[in-house]
Design a binder for this molecule. Structure first.
Ligand SMILES: *Cc1c(COP(=O)(O)O)cnc(C)c1O
Length: 334
């Protein structure tokens, strides 16, 4: 795969760290766990959307956009990083927030919500859970065009085929790092939400002819629906990079046992995973994505899916600003 021909903004200047997690590995008595620190990517607070926005913001500027519209949940990391990128580029940023949990939007909330304001988002519009978010963003775009502005819409989670190329690049980066470490990866574990991360990794590995299983831990949808979404986007992402027919439905693996009561709702497994990872490795996870993804990794070790001697890579996709919004859940559970 040659990704050097795609315009980018240079938000990602160097590989993120790939670090061994020996205490966590010993505690679980399972495989050698490595953590890929995409939580340390540039962007206020870091996280996986930086890699995707690197491609999408370049496309927006190429098309002459003067404003960006995107959407997400009320504590969306993606909206926070889009507001960051827009601030950097001097573009206006319009956010449409989906209130997936009724009455969960609090205009005075901390975490990412505070950062939307600090990073200068021009407006925040809240719509009910289950709204057609593409239609809502189109509505915002229509209003801006009527004022003579040139808006560019970034799909939810920046998970378009162009955005997902950011994770095809990450797959190449990861293979190179494993090569230098002398550790052949047996599996990658990552949160799977709007699917660009999972799909981009699959496309990137396929492009390197490296069939490394990527275990997507769903944070929202049931398994089959999430696998369909990932498969579709992975195929389109590979095509964007000039590869056809490299993604098979059977290659897509999603686990949905770690969602719990629903998107962003705390689970016992998440609380345990966040605590264990902080104490053993000094690495902070978040309650909505990486805490549940790590609960998935721990669950798969306990089920014997990952075994001693194997090398398993946990992709830390970020989310730390949301951790502080969940203080009560951690305190109540002791
Ligand atoms: C958006 C997000 C994810 C999920 O990535 P997708 O590409 O949307 O599947 C995982 N972790 C964090 C912290 C996120 O913000």
């Amino acid at each position: 795969m040659n990704l050097t021909t795609f315009p980018r903004r240079g938000y990602v200047q160097a590989p993120t760290l790939l670090v061994p997690a020996p205490k966590l590995s010993a505690l679980l008595g399972g495989p050698n766990i490595y953590i890929k620190r995409d939580d340390l990517l540039p962007g206020a607070g870091g996280g996986n959307k930086t890699r995707k926005l690197d491609f999408l913001m370049a496309d927006a500027l190429k098309r002459g956009a003067d404003s960006i519209i995107t959407c997400g949940a009320v504590q969306s990391n993606h909206c926070r990083l889009t507001a960051w990128a827009a601030a950097r580029e001097g573009l206006d940023c319009f956010l449409v927030l989906e209130e997936r949990v009724p009455n969960s939007y609090n205009p005075a909330a901390s975490g990412n919500n505070l950062l939307f304001h600090l990073l200068g988002a021009s407006s925040i519009r809240v719509v009910p859970g289950g709204s057609d978010m593409d239609a809502e963003m189109e509505k915002s775009a229509g209003a801006l065009r009527a004022e003579g502005k040139k808006p560019y819409i970034i799909t939810g989670g920046a998970s378009s085929p162009l955005g997902a190329l950011g994770y095809a690049a990450c797959a190449e980066e990861l293979l190179q790092q494993c090569f230098f470490l002398g550790a052949a990866p047996d599996a990658v574990v990552a949160a799977s939400g709007s699917a660009g991360t999972h799909a981009g990794l699959l496309a990137g590995f396929a492009g390197c002819n490296a069939r490394i299983p990527v275990h997507g831990i769903s944070v929202n949808r049931p398994r089959a629906a999430q696998e369909d979404k990932v498969c579709d986007l992975a195929g389109k992402t590979a095509e964007q990079a000039g590869l056809r027919g490299v993604i098979a439905r059977g290659d897509v693996v999603v686990h949905d046992e770690y969602v719990g009561p629903g998107y962003s709702a705390p689970t016992g497994g998440m609380l345990e995973a966040v605590r264990i990872t902080a104490k053993a490795e000094g690495v902070l996870l978040d309650p909505v994505y990486t805490g549940k993804a790590m609960a998935g990794l721990i669950g798969l070790v306990r089920k014997g899916v990952f075994r001693k001697g194997q090398n398993v890579i946990f992709l830390h996709t970020g989310g730390s600003p949301a951790l502080y919004v969940y203080a009560d859940a951690f305190l109540q559970s002791g």
